[in-house]
Design a protein around this ligand. Sequence first.
Ligand code: NAD
Length: 362
Amino acid sequence: MNNRRTFIKKSGLLLTALSLPIPNLLFAGGKKKLGVALVGLGGYSSNQLAPALQLTEYCELRGIVTGSPEKIPQWQEKYGIPDANVYNYDNMHEIANNDDIEVIYIVLPNSMHAKYSIIAANAGKHVWCEKPMAMNAEECREMIAACEKNKVRLAIGYRLQHEKNNRIMMKWAETHPYGPIQELTAEAGFFSQNPGWRAVEEMGGGAMYDMGVYPLNTSRYTTGMEPIAVSAKSSTSRPELFKEVDETMDFTLEFPDGITAHCRTSFGEGMNILDVTCRNGSYYLQPFQTYSGVKGRTSDGKFLEPMRKNQQAVQMDDDALAIMQHEPFIAPGEDGLKDIIVLEKIYESAAQGGKKLKIEYS
Ligand code: NAD
């Protein structure tokens, strides 16, 4: 109790001194940090999320869910995770009885996002789910409904929406410092030598599901609008590797006011740019979607310097604070759903040889 009082007093003084609103930490039961369990201990959990959770102020790594028993001792030793907080995919629902864990973060292959997000929600825990939210809009809606039913929150791991320069893009979508946006280019890709499950259709493979959601999501927040029509073409230069899914997808999004977004994503070539043309000037971010070093320039010579903080730590702290303070998430499930509605149309258009299709959101 003393610690809690001292903490609230200290944080109150500090925040008052900074003239910021005081976070209502009492909503989190007086706890400063929310306990997070990572589900799936692959590349992103191991190399980005777990290290970032060592830097967060409002959440910490307290549990793991894995189907690979050989990973358990390393993770327990490295991150001090007790036996009671280690689960596998079959007993993960028992986290319902674990008060150490408030948030379950799904970091599995894309086709597994919906199933394990719903298990997490049914365990009464808040859900953070990696992008792309799910395989189709129906799955996304089931995830949203499961979270609503269990009165838990759902955020999508769109780290870029927490990154300083991408947030400037969102602000400029409202303030139009260079006049109304006319068109933009958004491209994200890398050369994948060994795509693994990312080349398997039933696992949710394909460049569009993987990197393609970046140009899509970014086009939406850079314009501050929802696309009304799309046309798309998929291609591959390595048919022996990409037998089932797209290696490359080119897609054009039409927004209201005649704004067009020219987008491209690929597992076959490196690209990383957001370039925005407005009536009275232009600006770009290059790279726009790396883990660090996102930077850019404006047509009148302003330099958008990279953010110094760890992107994933900022993302998870923003989302933890949103839970504690009962504030909206920056990227809630509804945002992930909108991308998947458009993504489904992109695949539909590609299957019809690039036919322009209208997008309906209801
Ligand atoms: P990965 O292949 O490195 O790890 C996947 C994990 O899932 C592994 O631990 C694997 O053992 C486990 N798994 C369980 N069942 C599996 C099955 N049937 N087949 C294959 N693996 C299985 O993948 P990753 O790069 O960590 O990606 C995981 C998720 O995180 C994906 O949804 C991806 O889109 C997302 N991701 C997001 C970012 C980002 O910047 N936000 C970056 C990388 C990955």
